[in-house]
Design a protein. Structure first.
Length: 263
């Protein structure tokens, strides 16, 4: 099965995008993935739009705050890891070199969250679930299937996340570092090299598609920009790296075989 009712501590569980043009982003993702939408008012005239697939929440969208706009923060995707206790893990994060961006804070009755910046500069959400567990469906067409850290210092990142979540790491022959959480594949990290210029450390999500060629073409038609064209990920499938019309970067991937979720 690809539906989820509960995520273990240390597992990626959610992704949302903050957009400088939420209307354009909404049209883009609905068109690209066939997502339905459900709007939740969150105060101050802001809306949190749930993207849905097969009746399950798969990701979300919000407009950039006025503060973010004034600071010139671009549109971006954020990734979240489920934790048992947000308040308890924050001192561990700071003791190992992280900065708290904001939180901890309650999100209505949905859960409790905080955002941290790891020692390499990548932001990550921490989510303590209540009524909202995160994505209710994963690893299938139209749903999130992977989370990846592009880091300016992967050794520092490994040390930090190993201490924070007790993740295990396994590097392949190309230096691609797989992350495991409690024996389950849980994403990866990769060193930023000179070919990536001044790109900052960042966590980004992958979403599964049925046909990578058709999805690349559709993304372009909808106003997206392709930065890495169809590329083979040996043993996994083919992926592409793109941004939506508002500028948020993410990956799409056509998997050879999706990994079902087992609780």
């Amino acid at each position: 099965m690809y539906t989820v009712t509960k995520y273990p501590h240390g597992a990626f569980s959610w992704a949302d995008t903050s957009s400088t043009d939420p209307a354009a982003s909404r049209r883009f993702y609905a068109g690209l993935f066939g997502w339905g939408t459900f709007d939740i008012p969150i105060g101050d005239g802001m809306t949190y739009t749930m993207f849905q697939l097969e009746g399950q929440n798969v990701a979300a969208l919000s407009g950039a705050t006025q503060e973010a706009l004034e600071q010139g923060i671009p549109s971006h995707w954020s990734c979240y890891v489920t934790v048992d206790d947000v308040d308890a893990i924050l001192p561990v994060a700071t003791a190992n070199g992280a900065q708290i961006i904001y939180g901890p804070m309650d999100v209505f009755d949905s859960g409790r969250m905080a955002f941290i910046m790891d020692p390499t500069g990548a932001a990550l959400g921490l989510w303590q679930a209540r009524n909202h567990i995160g994505a209710g469906i994963v690893n299938t067409v139209g749903a999130m299937c992977w989370n990846e850290l592009l880091s300016r210092d992967v050794e520092a990142a490994k040390t930090f996340y190993g201490a924070l979540f007790d993740w295990q790491f396994f590097a392949d022959e190309n230096g691609y570092i797989l992350i495991q959480n409690r024996g389950r594949n849980n994403g990866a990290m990769m060193q930023i090299d000179e070919n990536m210029g001044e790109m900052p450390s960042v966590w980004q999500p992958y979403f599964t598609v049925a046909d990578i060629d058709q999805s690349i073409s559709k993304a372009s038609e909808l106003g997206g920009t392709i930065h890495i064209p169809k590329t083979e990920a040996p043993g996994a499938g083919h992926f592409a790296y793109l941004n939506d019309p508002a500028g948020a970067y993410f990956y799409i991937i056509q998997l050879i075989q999706a990994e079902p979720w087992e609780e």
